[in-house]
Design a protein around this ligand. Structure first.
Ligand code: PMP
Length: 395
C-alpha cells in the first residue's frame, strides 16, 4: 500500500462541478490585469449588504458577541428563523425545528450526511446546481438524475420522477426557483411531490435559497402543506434574499430528531457558527423591504436581458420565472457549452458558465447570471447574439 493515499471521498468531491468555474476564473484574472470584461459567471449579487444589517454586525461585535455560540445556533436567531418561516409557510414551526448552518451549502451538505448512506439513492432533477453531485454522493449515496425538458419549461414531471424511484430511494432533492434555469414550480406539482414523498417514506429536500426572487407570483414551498412536513427538509439562507453571500449564514428546517442529528453534525464539523454573524442575521430576518426591492430589481434585469437574447433566432431558452440565471441553449452554433464559453470570453469579453457542470443533458448550454446593471446587460446580450451569429456564419 502507498504511504500517501487520499480517500475515495476526494474522487466524489471532484466531479465536473469543480471545473465548471474555470472560464470565470480566467475572466476574473484578466479583469485584475485591467481587461474590461462583463462577468456574468458568478452567482453572487452585485449588491451590498444593507447598511442596517452591517451596523447590527458592528454592534454585535462591540457587545462582545465574539464567543462560541450554541451548536444548533443562537436561541434568538433560531426563534427569528422559526417566526420568519411561519410567515412564509404558515402553521406551527418552533426553534426546535431549526438548525443554523454555514450557509445553505453547509446546511445541504450536513443534511445528506444525516439522512443518507451507502446503498441509498437520491433523485436529483437535471439541470441541477453544480455542487449537488458532490453533496449527495459524499456520504456514499448514489445520485439518480431525472432530466427535465427545456421545451416544457423544465416542469416538474412526476411521471418521470416516479419511474426513477426504487426501493432504495431515500430522498428527492428539488430547487425552486432553480439554479441554473430559473424554473419555478407551481402549486399543483409542489403539492403532488410533497404528497408522494410523504406517502412513500421518502425525504423531500427543498433548496429554497432563491425563494425571494419569484417574478410571477409568490414562492410555493412544499413546507406550506403542514400534513406532509414530517418528510420535508427546507434549506435556506440569507445569501440571495439579503445580498449576504459572504456572511455564510444559512439553516435547515425539519423534524426535531433530524435537527438533533444536524446539531451533532455541526459539533463535529464546525462547532457552531460565528456568534456576531448570527446576531446580525436577526436584523436581516426582520427586514422585508430589502427582499421586495431585490425582487423588483432582478425581475427588471431578467426582462432587459431576455429581450436582448431574443434578438437571436438561434439561441433558445426557457424564460426564467425566478432566481438570477438564464440557461441558454447554444446547440444551433454547433459548439459545446465549454467551447462557446471559452470563445465568447476571448472574442467578446463576456464571461458565462459552460453547462456541463449542471448535468449531462445540458452540455450544449451556458448559464448566464443577470447580475449587473441593465445597460451592461443589454450590451452583454448583444455581444452574445453577435458572437452566435458569427459562429453560425463560420467566421
Ligand atoms: N443552493 C443553490 C441552488 C445555490 O445557487 C447556492 C449558491 N449559489 C446555494 C445553495 C448555496 O448558498 P449559500 O450561499 O447560502 O451557501
Amino acid at each position: 500500500m502507498k504511504k500517501y493515499e487520499l480517500s475515495t471521498l476526494t474522487n466524489r468531491l471532484s466531479g465536473p462541478a469543480s471545473k465548471a468555474w474555470d472560464v470565470g476564473d480566467v475572466a476574473s484574472k484578466r479583469m485584475i490585469e485591467g481587461e474590461d470584461i462583463i462577468h456574468l459567471g458568478v452567482g453572487d449579487p452585485d449588491l451590498d449588504t444593507p447598511a442596517h444589517i452591517r451596523e447590527a454586525l458592528f454592534k454585535a461585535v462591540d457587545c462582545g458577541k465574539t464567543h462560541y455560540a450554541p451548536l444548533a445556533g443562537e436561541m434568538h436567531l433560531r426563534d427569528a428563523i422559526a417566526e420568519h418561516a411561519m410567515g412564509l409557510y404558515g402553521g406551527k414551526i418552533s426553534s426546535e425545528n431549526v438548525v443554523v448552518c454555514n450557509g445553505a451549502q453547509g446546511a445541504i451538505f450536513a443534511t445528506f450526511q444525516c439522512i443518507c448512506e451507502t446503498g441509498d439513492e437520491v433523485i436529483v432533477l437535471e439541470p441541477f446546481y453544480a455542487p449537488y453531485p458532490a453533496v449527495v454522493t459524499a456520504g456514499g449515496a448514489k445520485m439518480v438524475t431525472v432530466a427535465l425538458n427545456r421545451e416544457e419549461d423544465y416542469r416538474l414531471d412526476m411521471d418521470k420522477i416516479k419511474e426513477a424511484v426504487t426501493d432504495k430511494t431515500k430522498a428527492i432533492l428539488i430547487n425552486s426557483p432553480s439554479n441554473p434555469a430559473g424554473t419555478v414550480f407551481g402549486e399543483a406539482s409542489v403539492k403532488q411531490i410533497a404528497r408522494y414523498c410523504y406517502e412513500n417514506d421518502i425525504w423531500l429536500v427543498t433548496d429554497e435559497v432563491y425563494w425571494s426572487l419569484c417574478f410571477d407570483g409568490d414562492h410555493i414551498s412544499p413546507y406550506g402543506i403542514e400534513k406532509y412536513r414530517e418528510t420535508i427538509i427546507v434549506i435556506n439562507s440569507l445569501s440571495k434574499s439579503h445580498a449576504m453571500t459572504g456572511w455564510r449564514l444559512g439553516w435547515a428546517i425539519g423534524p426535531v430528531d433530524f435537527i438533533k442529528s444536524m446539531t451533532d453534525y455541526t459539533q463535529a464539523a464546525q462547532f457552531g457558527i460565528n456568534q456576531f454573524v448570527q446576531n446580525a442575521a436577526i436584523a436581516a430576518l426582520k427586514d422585508t423591504s430589502t427582499t421586495d426591492q431585490f425582487n423588483e430589481l432582478f425581475k427588471s434585469r431578467r426582462d432587459v436581458f431576455c429581450d436582448g437574447l431574443r434578438k437571436s433566432n438561434h439561441l433558445c431558452f426557457s424564460t426564467p420565472r425566478g432566481g438570477m440565471f438564464v440557461l441558454l441553449d447554444i446547440s444551433a452554433t454547433g459548439l459545446s457549452g465549454k467551447v462557446f464559453a471559452e470563445k465568447l470570453l476571448d472574442d467578446e469579453k463576456v464571461a458565462v458558465v459552460p453547462g456541463f457542470g449542471f448535468g449531462q443533458s445540458v452540455g450544449n448550454t451556458v448559464r448566464i447570471g443577470y447580475l449587473c446593471g441593465e445597460e451592461r446587460l443589454t450590451e452583454a446580450a448583444s455581444r452574445i447574439v453577435r458572437f452566435a451569429e458569427k459562429v453560425l456564419r463560420g467566421n
